[in-house]
Design a protein around this ligand. Structure first.
Ligand code: TXA
Ligand code: MG
Length: 355
């Protein structure tokens, strides 16, 4: 148990005193929870191997699951990447700061622990004023999401306190994060470029802005487990609530009434002898009013940003209700829908039925 210092920092008018204090502590080896626009991160200065190793210990993270390096400018990219390809310049101009992580060749000076021994390094420039100021001051910061390994990523301050109080040296609390799901990860070392993890920035948008085709492997959809060679770290059952979860999917969400009827049949079938909770959309919740089971509304189908933002809170809420099974609706895999379905399928340990 360590003594955790907590700073509440307004994301719109960050208090420089608090950030400078955290910066000085991180330069002396502290590990700190800090906000980003996606989820909270647990960070250490990249070139401090001991602090980096502590991140793995504190999270209970397997050493073969690499960390993302957070930068605030192109000079910091050069400190960690062997080469800066032209495509990255467009990323800088048009997409950074923002919820996009790019995999490049790693400079030898970067501790191999960060990349789990791979010759590559994942880099992103977060779009959050507190994160950017901290990284500008400290230098590149290696940070995974600030949850205990295997738990949903923290998107609200109380998630951070539950998982990291007494474990991290510092917590910077800046309220709820903006997107609520992690960054999109694109591998630019492979040819053609590959999507390693769908995230807060839709892959369609990245392809369009960069003018490149990005291959979407089945593992990135979360339909099959990743193999280690393709996307290290992604083989683990991520984002898992303790309560078993089942996802009810279809190929056609256009006819919502028909889908909801089939969803209700699955519920009646599975929940006759056990306690269930339904995870549904605002559009469909009324259609299940005859099912006298607790319901969690994840948001509106017409605003997938809302569903993404609520997703991890919904998974934690599921655990609080203490039921035997959660049954969740699916969404079309377009834009952020791809990201949400990836997280839901993984949270469910690939427990999916098609109706
Ligand atoms: O939004 C985010 O990306 C958040 C915030 C804190 O920035 N971070 C985050 O980190 O989600 P984490 O540790 O939960 O996920 C990092 C994932 C790893 O599991 C791995 O799949 C991938 O990034 N990754 C890291 N380095 C890699 C590399 N060199 N090659 C391929 N994948 C890599
Ligand atoms: Mg994570």
């Amino acid at each position: 148990m360590v003594i955790t210092k907590v700073f509440v920092v307004d994301p719109l008018e960050p208090d420089n005193g608090a950030i400078e204090y955290c910066c000085a502590e991180m330069k002396r080896g502290a590990i700190a929870v800090f906000p980003t626009e996606t989820v909270y991160g647990l960070g250490a200065y990249v070139f401090d191997v001991e602090a980096v190793k502590r991140i793995f210990i504190v999270k209970g993270r397997p050493p073969d699951n690499p960390l993302i390096v957070h930068v605030a400018n192109i000079d910091q990219v050069r400190q960690v990447a062997e080469e800066v390809p032209n495509t990255l310049r467009i990323v800088f101009e048009k997409l950074w700061p923002g919820p996009l992580t790019i995999v490049l060749k790693r400079r030898r000076e970067v501790p191999p622990e960060i990349s789990a021994g791979l010759p590559t390094v994942a880099i992103r420039m977060p779009g959050h004023p507190v994160a950017l100021r901290l990284i500008e001051c400290v230098g590149p910061i290696a940070a995974p999401s600030a949850n205990l390994s295997g738990r949903p990523s923290p998107t609200e301050p109380h998630h951070v306190y539950v998982d990291m109080y007494g474990r991290a040296d510092i917590i910077i609390d800046s309220g709820a994060t903006f997107f609520g799901v992690e960054s999109t990860i694109v591998d630019l070392v492979s040819d053609p470029p590959r999507l390693l993890r769908p995230g807060a920035l839709p892959v369609e948008k990245i392809s369009e802005v960069l003018g490149i085709t990005i291959v979407i492997p089945e593992s990135a959809r979360g339909v099959v487990e990743s193999d280690i060679a393709l996307a290290p770290g992604m083989k683990y059952k991520h984002y898992a609530p303790r309560t078993p979860l089942l996802i009810v999917e279809t190929n056609n969400y256009d006819n919502l009434d028909a889908y909801a009827k089939r969803f209700a049949e699955v519920v009646k079938d599975r929940c006759s002898t056990i306690k269930c909770v339904l995870i549904v959309s605002r559009e469909t919740v009324e259609l299940y009013k005859d099912l006298s089971l607790p319901k969690i509304v994840m948001g509106s189908r017409s605003n997938v940003y809302e569903i993404a933002k609520n997703l991890y809170s919904v998974l934690r809420e599921l655990d609080r209700l203490g039921v035997d099974l959660g049954i969740a609706e699916g969404l079309p895999e377009i834009g952020l829908g791809l990201t949400i379905m990836n997280r839901l399928r993984k949270a469910a340990g690939f427990n999916v039925v098609k109706v």
